[in-house]
Design a protein around this ligand. Sequence first.
Ligand code: ADP
Ligand code: MG
Length: 638
Amino acid sequence: MTKETMKFKTEVNQLLDLMINSLYSNKEIFLRELISNASDAIDKVKFEGLTNKEILENDEAYKIKIGFNKDANIITIEDNGIGMNHDEIIENIGTIAKSGTKEFIAKLKEVKEAGQNSTELIGQFGVGFYSAFMVSDKIVVESRKGGEKEGVKWESTGKADFTIEPTEKQTRGTTITLYLKKDEEDFASEWKIKDIVRKYSDYISYPICMDIEREEKARDNEGKIIEDSEPTITITEETLNSMKAIWKKDKKDVTEEEYKEFYKHISHDYSDPLDRLHLSAEGSLEYNALLYFPAKAPFDMFMREAKTGVSLYVKNVFIMEDCKKLLPEYLRFVKGVVDSSDLPLNVSREILQEDKLLDKIQKNLVKKVLDALKKMKEKEYDKYLGFYKEFGKVLKEGIYTDYENKDKLMDLLLFESTKTEAGKYTDFAKYIEGMKEEQKEIYYITGDSRKVLEKSPHLEKFVQKELEVMFFIDPIDEFISGNMMEYKEKKLKAIGKGEVDLSTEEEKKEVEEKKKELSSITDYIKSKLEEDIKEVRISNRLTSSPVVLVTEEGEMTAQMEQIMRQMNQEIPKTKRIMEINPSHPTIEKMKAIYEADKEDGRLGDFTELLYGLALIAENQPVKDPIKFNGLVAKLMLS
Ligand code: ADP
Ligand code: MG
């Protein structure tokens, strides 16, 4: 095959443009990215070589070699990893295959247009291979896949297109040559490269080597330098990184800086992590783990194929990234590595799926993560708050997927309530502490926003009696409330559902009387609203509103119905219960009209108005807005 010229996918161009402008002050990360790719490629050949010896080509001294030439202004990065063939090279570096790129670019533009700093966002995405164009006019990639004969050469100036052609390549793996831009010549120097490697890539588990040129004068028999001798030039290959897998090190031997850099390496996050957990389990279950909580949620957190963030290693050998067996989905924000020495090296994905050991590790890790979060909540509340704002919604998914840890998860949840300021939180434990002596249940109300809920007729009696009510205002709260039946033996009670019993004996008696007294009116309203309402009854939860809609215990609330519809779920409309306030003047007026003349046209109008008011009070649309408007206008004129 001869030389082909191909166009980059448009997103590649956009990404390059944005990157060059955004990461301007931090260009040196290109080397970290290329080394990380080389290391990934070696991980892959090492792993595949376990089952397919052919691709190893008897060349097992894995290493990454960096070269530079000051005069030519070039840097080379060479690895003996898996390599790429013709199709793979097009697929991997001619397009951006990662899902979510489009969304990412859109978001990046938005951030830039708003004048905000975009480096963080770029870091999250992991700029990867293309970052090398920040410092290069031209990049040449020569690669040969393990076990294959033909090599391939890829070349591009990072503008619109790239070329690709066959090439001879003796060694397996990939060599990348960067033709540095004129004003980036600083990078082609020993100290600069050493500096960057140590800073970003020290933990890489393969040697990163470089030939170092030294001019040395001769030495005498005692090893002393002979000052007036003619210097000779020696070249020695030095290893620039310490290679020790950081998760296997003792905590006290790892610096803060190392922890941070390692996080950035594995997470592609540009900002520092919020916190970390360095674990070393011994005994019946042996593993090392280094887990991080990011400071910010990634943009793709709620996308379907969002990755879980933990890689699996066995005895220092990379097995797979994104190992779903290590942590449940609701902890997908945790990034890190787990290294177990009890698994066989040649485990396959299928075996992992079945493996009981991983289940045990997972159980253990979940416990550690939840305990760590609890501790953070207790000891460093502000930090926890930062975490919770980013990841609270994800954590809540655990309430309905991880029954075993439900109580621990409930301990971690924060809610606003009638007793907190807006934007401030309480939790179940604090709620219980503040409960009134006679109070038996934990009250909550669900809805879209605190603002709306605060004015809800449902709250009236609770406010009057100074009973705290939690606001469940995340859409997911609706879903999980069904699974949060109780906390520390106190039942949770949705105050918008079923009956609410806040009345004294005396008040109850009163309601009984009113029931009889107003039965004609309740029957009348029910007959008029039959299509939408299943029952009309006298309320004991209202003080100032005339009516309120109540969902029967165990049925879907109006908000839930709305959410389900937004998710394109076909669901039948649930009829709700209308409660009327027996001492409200409008109800008294209706009663008077009814007693004077059952056929009075105003009765029907008032019924519709009442129903509309009840809907509006909970932020639902009225059934027929035009008709409702007409009724209000008529009322104004009467
Ligand atoms: P990422 O590493 O996040 O996948 P990159 O842009 O850094 O993104 O790299 C894109 C892809 O190109 C890699 O996933 C890999 O398949 C391929 N690749 C890059 N560098 C190498 C290399 N040195 N050896 C083999 N494959 C490579
Ligand atoms: Mg990469």
